[in-house]
Design a protein around this ligand. Structure first.
Ligand code: MRU
Length: 374
């Protein structure tokens, strides 16, 4: 499996996603500060992956603590959590992972654990978050593969693959699962300006797995749909609001509108840690504005004239009405999402692996007449 992030002894090791595919370089983080910098500067990116990195970074920071007692240890813990929370604002998995680490800390503190014991507990929790994310991706793949018929030509945007998770991927996990079932799947990867996650990362992963991959620029998606060359769209997510509105990489909204115009199903694949029931709708999702240099330059090469203004919102929101289904580790949820999504959390036992469910679980809401929507 692809080595997105790994805990090796005293260091957290990540493949440098800024350098792929030209170079496969590994960044070794020795401190929580280094992990926070790696998230901020996109060494590691993708919603579930940054949640995992933050959890590991918190545990690493506390493992190196020289705090004399539990009180000082708690102050350090709080500071490190704040630093992680300030790295990137849109992907809710980051805040979900920090909240989970805080819960683990509180449980240990209530049990009267020493700083060493608390540090051990935090490390176990971070490792569990990592391992559960891989298992969740596999589950999503199992459920989601049913929406990809044999011979499907699938468009995806950005990178929602092994590199964006602890392994296997969300949207790309669904594609991988369909391929593992023996289906012939052809993938169109949007290049995804300005960071080129599609051209560099999605294509790299899929080609490594021997999956039929064609890179296109964003502007080609519409004409290809019109020409009947795409059957289905599947993307990942950074935050899904309670009503199903979904924040994902900038350009996703455009793809969703195009899919709607061409009557193509548009699916989102994301773990429950991406669903934020506390955010009512997409208007309340904070959208990160990144460095203008990502637009004005390609590495060291200046693209735009000095004096031209630029904008660089890193994410957009796709209204729920364009989304045919949300594929999670607990099944596929369909509209109306304000009814179906809360049910995803109905039977969740906190901090434990989800129970295995039979394949092909679909959860719909009810229509206006109170009948199941599917
Ligand atoms: O800015 P990035 O590269 O972190 O944005 C990533 C995305 O938008 C992904 O599509 C999303 O996080 C889903 S990853 C499984």
């Amino acid at each position: 499996m692809l080595p997105t992030i790994d805990w090796q002894g005293d260091v957290i090791v990540m493949v440098d996603q800024r350098k792929l595919p030209a170079e496969e370089i590994y960044v070794r983080c020795h401190t929580a500060q280094e992990v926070a910098r790696a998230i901020r500067t996109m060494v590691i990116r993708g919603a579930p992956a940054i949640g995992v990195a933050a959890a590991m970074g918190i545990a690493l920071g506390l493992r190196r603590s020289t705090a004399k007692g539990t009180r000082q240890f708690a102050v350090e813990f709080q500071k490190i959590c704040e630093m992680m929370g300030a790295t990137r604002p849109t992907a809710v998995n980051l805040f979900w992972a920090i909240a989970r680490m805080k819960r683990a800390f509180s449980e240990g503190a209530l049990a009267g654990e020493s700083p060493e014991e608390l540090a051990g507990r935090l490390e176990r929790e971070a490792r569990a978050i990592h391992d559960e994310d891989v298992a969740n991706c596999r589950s999503m793949g199992g459920f989601g593969a049913e929406v990809l018929p044999d011979g499907a030509r699938v468009l995806t945007h950005c990178n929602a693959g092994a590199l964006a998770t602890a392994g296997y991927g969300s949207a790309l996990g669904v594609i991988r699962a369909a391929v593992e079932q023996g289906k012939q799947i052809a993938v169109f990867a949007d290049e995804t300006r300005p960071f080129l996650q599609g051209a560099r990362l999605t294509a790299w992963e899929l080609v490594r797995d021997g999956i039929n991959t064609t890179v296109i620029t964003e502007s080609m998606a519409g004409p290809l749909m019109r020409a009947g060359e795409i059957d289905v769209v599947i993307v990942g997510a950074d935050r899904i609001a309670a009503n199903g509105d979904t924040a994902n990489k900038i350009g996703t909204y455009t793809v969703a509108v195009l899919a709607h115009e061409h009557k193509l199903p548009f699916y989102v694949a994301a773990p429950l840690s991406t669903i934020d029931l506390a955010t009512p709708d997409g208007d309340h999702i904070p959208i990160e504005e990144r460095d203008q240099r990502e637009i004005t330059h390609l590495r060291t090469w200046r693209l735009t004239p000095v004096g031209a203004k630029t904008r660089n919102p890193a994410f957009d929101v796709t209204p729920h009405r364009y989304i045919a289904g949300i594929i999670t580790e607990r099944g596929i949820f369909t509209p109306p999402y304000s009814e179906s999504l809360p049910r995803a959390f109905d039977t969740i036992a906190p901090a434990s692996a989800p129970p295995a469910l039979p394949p092909s679980r679909r959860f719909g809401g009810t229509n206006r007449r109170g009948e199941p929507s599917i």
